[in-house]
Design a binder for this molecule. Structure first.
Ligand SMILES: Cc1cc2nc3c(=O)[nH]c(=O)nc-3n(C[C@H](O)[C@H](O)[C@H](O)COP(=O)(O)OP(=O)(O)OC[C@H]3O[C@@H](n4cnc5c(N)ncnc54)[C@H](O)[C@@H]3O)c2cc1C
Ligand SMILES: *[C@@H]1O[C@H](CO)[C@@H](O)[C@H](O)[C@H]1NC(C)=O
Ligand SMILES: *[C@@H]1O[C@H](CO)[C@@H](O)[C@H](O)[C@H]1NC(C)=O
Ligand SMILES: *[C@@H]1O[C@H](CO)[C@@H](O)[C@H](O)[C@H]1NC(C)=O
Ligand SMILES: *[C@@H]1O[C@H](CO)[C@@H](O)[C@H](O)[C@H]1NC(C)=O
Ligand SMILES: *[C@@H]1O[C@H](CO)[C@@H](O)[C@H](O)[C@H]1NC(C)=O
Length: 536
């Protein structure tokens, strides 16, 4: 390790560096940073296990470890000067202080699932570093208090497992995929199978610990209600580094029921989906039925395709009551007892995340994603059922793409009861369902990517008349840089993405940002911008 020098010398050096035109040429960004960390943290940094520069043989393994979108791991993607894995909260504080002092652009990563790779790639500013919270992943569950403190680097699957370890009748309403970093996930909302009953993960956060732009650790009381409001849905990496969330646990029954019923076009899939759109948001709040839609070979017709619509559901109760609910509200699906699987809540988590049946819950402790692809995705919110003719046009487009996928995700229930301004996530009453469009591919290459981008952008245009407008809403956790990026020069919001993700809450987010991070330290392609000085 570099020997400690006096901090005054450090700051003098820093001053010189800050006034230099660029740090890029300096071979010692890492050394300066380590020196500064030593000066600013009571815990020394174990360099060999906490620092990875591109010349280190483990660099790519660490960079790749949690990165979910292969588009941002190709050799041509910008690479960080180094990756730092803090072992203590104090290391995160020191990382913020030192990045600020040294003028190094910082990206923070929890679970690496950002759709546009914003936690590990900066197209906007270089040089940059990654602070990866993978080693900060404690989960402390307190059943008596009905709460848990969860550290940002834990996955949502680990959170579910640690709750299950202590109680079979408690759960948490966050994402369906189980490898999401709880740190980044909750910053954008965090929806899952229990959202119709309990709302989002972000709706169930009661406290937090963050590192602010000055390197201070703040809890809810210390940051104040405006700042605490902004971090629960205002998107990642604009308002500080989340160290911990304190979450409220929710009750789950000992027995829940899951099912997946698939219908093709030949089995009346289009009519059935039209019906689902009319009922999905009005069903019993214990019932969540999403629809996974993709093309498939048509049975008995070589070379022809059909569309499969898979009704994939969780019911917070037993099969008999579920069948009654379905008979009353959605008999068209023709659900039978044979389709239903009664199980525990934790096993329903594994079922929905599509682990093979019989996989033990301990798999959640691996904290790993089960697949990685090249992908591009977009989202929409729907307020009126899409007519059958609209769906038929959609099928024609899905047939043209190699590996497309759509997921219709029902709203209503608790989602409609929470006011739009309660937290920054605004997609509430009046929303029938959310659509996610995804196209996946397996080979790198600019031309290949361009072809898939073109397809999904055309699909998005096609959908315009059927989805929300003024603004055309989008889910911030399905980050989409097509909606606009911050201006490289002055970071003024370049497009309408702010209102699409946050509707009227965007203005308040900008005000909070201007107050808590006036120097715009935490920034990225779609970070919340700071008000121009004149209008402050
Ligand atoms: C396969 C897959 C399945 C998904 N399923 C769901 C789902 O069921 N429900 C749902 O709501 N969403 C889902 N998402 C979206 C997911 O919620 C977002 O991608 C979320 O941002 C992931 O958080 P992360 O920590 O894993 O990502 P990261 O890439 O680490 O971070 C995402 C963003 O947050 C910032 N950030 C990360 N950690 C912190 C921190 N500690 N403090 C402040 N900012 C931070 C990053 O800089 C980045 O801008 C899914 C995504 C994928 C790829
Ligand atoms: C890698 O490069 C850094 C400077 O960028 C240097 O300090 C370090 O010693 C190098 N490490 C190895 C293993 O070569
Ligand atoms: C670099 O990589 C090697 C081999 O993986 C490792 O032993 C070493 O500690 C790493 N870090 C540094 C700073 O050299
Ligand atoms: C990291 O991912 C890239 C892109 O898929 C791949 O080319 C590279 O071999 C991977 N490296 C490691 C060490 O996993
Ligand atoms: C939701 O909006 C509808 C009108 O669009 C209204 O009738 C209803 O009362 C609203 N529900 C809540 C809970 O605000
Ligand atoms: C960003 O803003 C500056 C100053 O307003 C302007 O000169 C520049 O052209 C803008 N850049 C882009 C990419 O829009």
């Amino acid at each position: 390790m570099v020997s400690p020098k006096s901090s005054s010398m450090c700051s003098m050096f820093l001053f010189l560096v800050l006034s230099a035109a660029s740090l890029a040429a300096s071979a010692s960004v890492q050394e300066n940073f380590i020196q500064c960390l030593d000066d600013n943290s009571e815990f020394s940094v174990p360099i060999a296990t906490a620092f990875f520069t591109p010349n280190n043989s483990s660099f790519t393994t660490v960079l790749n470890s949690s990165a979910q979108n292969l588009r941002y791991l190709v050799p041509s993607a910008p690479k960080p000067e180094f990756i730092f894995l803090p072992m203590h909260e104090a290391h995160v504080q020191a990382a913020v202080i030192c990045s600020k002092k040294l003028g190094i652009h910082l990206r923070v990563r929890s679970g690496g699932h950002d759709y546009e790779g914003l936690s590990y790639v900066s197209e906007l500013i270089s040089p940059f570093i990654i602070v990866d919270l993978a080693k900060l992943r404690s989960v402390d569950v307190d059943i008596a208090d009905n709460s848990a403190w969860v550290q940002a680097g834990a996955t949502n699957g680990e959170v579910y497992y640690r709750i299950y370890e202590k109680s079979k009748v408690h759960g948490f309403p966050a994402g369906l995929c189980t490898s999401l970093g709880i740190g980044g996930h909750i910053t954008g909302g965090a929806y899952g199978t229990m959202m119709r009953k309990y709302g989002l993960g972000a709706d169930n956060v009661i406290d937090a610990r963050i590192v602010d732009a000055n390197g201070n650790i703040l809890d809810r009381e210390a940051m104040g209600e405006d700042h605490f409001w902004a971090i629960r849905g205002g998107g990642g990496a604009s308002f500080g580094v989340i160290l911990w969330w304190k979450i409220k646990l929710v009750p789950v029954p000992e027995t829940v029921t899951v099912f997946t019923v698939t219908r093709t076009l030949e089995q009346g899939g289009t009519k059935l989906l039209y019906k689902w759109q009319q009922v999905a948001d009005k069903l019993d709040e214990d019932l969540f039925i999403r629809v996974i839609i993709s093309p498939a070979p048509k049975a008995g017709a070589k070379g022809e395709k059909t569309i499969t619509t898979s009704y994939n559901a969780l019911f917070l109760g037993g099969a008999d009551r579920l069948l009654q609910v379905m008979k009353g509200s959605f008999p068209e699906l023709g659900l039978t007892k044979k389709d239903c699987l009664e199980t525990s809540w934790i096993k329903s988590v594994l079922y929905i995340a599509q682990f093979p049946s019989g996989t033990p819950p301990e798999v959640l402790l691996q904290g790993k994603s089960t697949f990685k692809n090249y992908f591009k995705a977009k989202s929409d919110f729907v307020r009126e059922p899409i007519p059958e003719t609209g769906l038929e046009g959609l099928w024609q487009r899905l047939f043209q793409e190699d590996s497309p996928l759509m997921i219709f995700n029902p709203y209503g229930g608790m989602m409609s009861k929470i006011p739009e301004s309660e937290i920054p996530f605004p997609h509430r009453n009046g929303t029938l369902f959310k659509i996610q469009y995804v196209t996946l591919w397996e080979e790198p290459g600019d031309q290949i990517q361009a072809k898939h981008f073109d397809w999904i952008r055309k699909l998005y245009n096609y959908m315009t008349p059927y989805v929300s407008s003024f603004p055309r809403e989008a889910y911030v956790n399905y980050r989409d840089l097509d909606l606009g990026i911050n201006n490289h020069t002055n970071f003024v919001q370049a497009s309408s993405w702010g209102n699409r993700y946050f509707k009227d809450n965007f203005d308040r987010l900008v005000k909070v940002k201007s107050k808590v991070d006036p120097d715009n330290f935490f920034r990225h392609e779609q970070s919340i911008p700071v008000l121009p000085v004149s209008s402050k």
